[in-house]
Design a protein around this ligand. Structure first.
Ligand code: SF4
Ligand code: SF4
Ligand code: FES
Length: 286
């Protein structure tokens, strides 16, 4: 008989979501409730394996009695709350946030961004062409992953994944202050001169493609990257006894990148360098 861990039972919290009764387990966020109810609230800096950073504010909703809009990704559902997700005020705020982000960074590889910009009627160009753009060239200083900070929204998810929340390497941090704040490794060095151990856990959580697999970066540059032509197969890493789950992304019979399921209770989407990047021998068919 297989034992299935059920976890500690949690009380249900009852509140109102867009006029409908909602019930979620205690500790759930408003965003959890929205997703369970099938409501499309946009998110960028929210990560399902990380504590909320509240950095982007595209997920804001109205809560009765709250003077300010509330980030759905970090606000816990409370009994009796009255939440409205689709008011004019919330929609207007999301629209302006999308305009500010899309006018200052390149969101072309951010999943969902183009649809949200269209759905919210956001006009990133209204601040003038290239307003506040970093216009940085991608940093290609190793064979495994690329840093393209022109796409970075400063959500700090990579800092958390590299630091105390997962990898404990602390290779990535923020340098500079205010408008000059940037994600970097120590002394803004090449990755190869840093404390990076190439686990790629930062790439796994980056919401914009600012951090990407070298394989994906090269294929995008060559115009051959095609997610619609890719299959995903989840298997077990054979390198060591930990037994991490690997999801192989395959295009034209070649592995183009490796991710890991976030709902795995042991690894939570994290891998080491071997599982994440060491797949070339599989393709050596000579
Ligand atoms: S590189 Fe990616 S994960 Fe890191 S702060 Fe920028 S957008 Fe966020
Ligand atoms: S990803 Fe790394 S830690 Fe996990 S099973 Fe593979 S070699 Fe072991
Ligand atoms: S997704 Fe909620 S603040 Fe960014």
């Amino acid at each position: 008989m297989t034992a299935i861990p059920l976890g500690v039972p949690r009380r249900l919290v009852e509140f109102t979501l867009d006029g409908q009764e909602a019930r979620v387990p205690e500790g759930s966020t408003v965003l959890d409730a929205c997703r369970a109810a099938g409501k499309d609230v946009p998110t960028l800096c929210q990560g399902d394996t990380l504590t909320p950073k509240n950095a982007c504010r595209v997920c804001v909703v109205e809560v009765e009695g709250s003077r300010t809009l509330v980030p759905a990704c970090s606000r816990r559902a409370e009994p009796g709350m009255e939440v409205r997700t689709d008011t004019e005020r919330a929609r207007h705020s999301r629209k302006v946030v999308l305009e500010l982000l899309a006018s200052s960074v390149d969101l072309s590889t951010t999943p969902g961004a183009a649809e949200w910009i269209r759905d919210y009627g956001a006009e990133p160009d209204r601040f003038g062409p290239g307003a506040a753009r970093l216009d940085e060239v991608p940093r290609v200083d190793n064979d495994l992953y690329v840093r393209d900070y022109d796409k970075c929204i400063l959500c700090y998810k990579c800092v958390d994944a590299c630091g105390e929340q997962w990898q404990n390497s602390f290779a990535i941090s923020v340098v500079g202050r205010g408008f000059d704040a940037r994600i970097a490794v120590e002394r803004d060095a090449p990755l190869t001169d840093s404390a990076c151990v190439y686990c790629g856990n930062c790439v796994e959580v980056c919401p914009t493609g600012a951090l990407s697999f070298k394989s994906e970066f090269d294929m995008r540059a060559a115009g051959t990257w095609d997610e619609s032509a890719q299959t995903e197969t989840t298997t077990v890493c054979a390198y060591c006894g930990v037994g991490c789950n690997l999801t192989l992304h395959v295009q034209d019979n070649e592995i183009v990148k490796v991710t890991s399921p976030h709902d795995n209770p042991v690894t939570h989407g994290n891998l080491c360098i071997k599982g994440r990047f060491g797949y070339q021998h599989v393709q050596n068919r000579g």
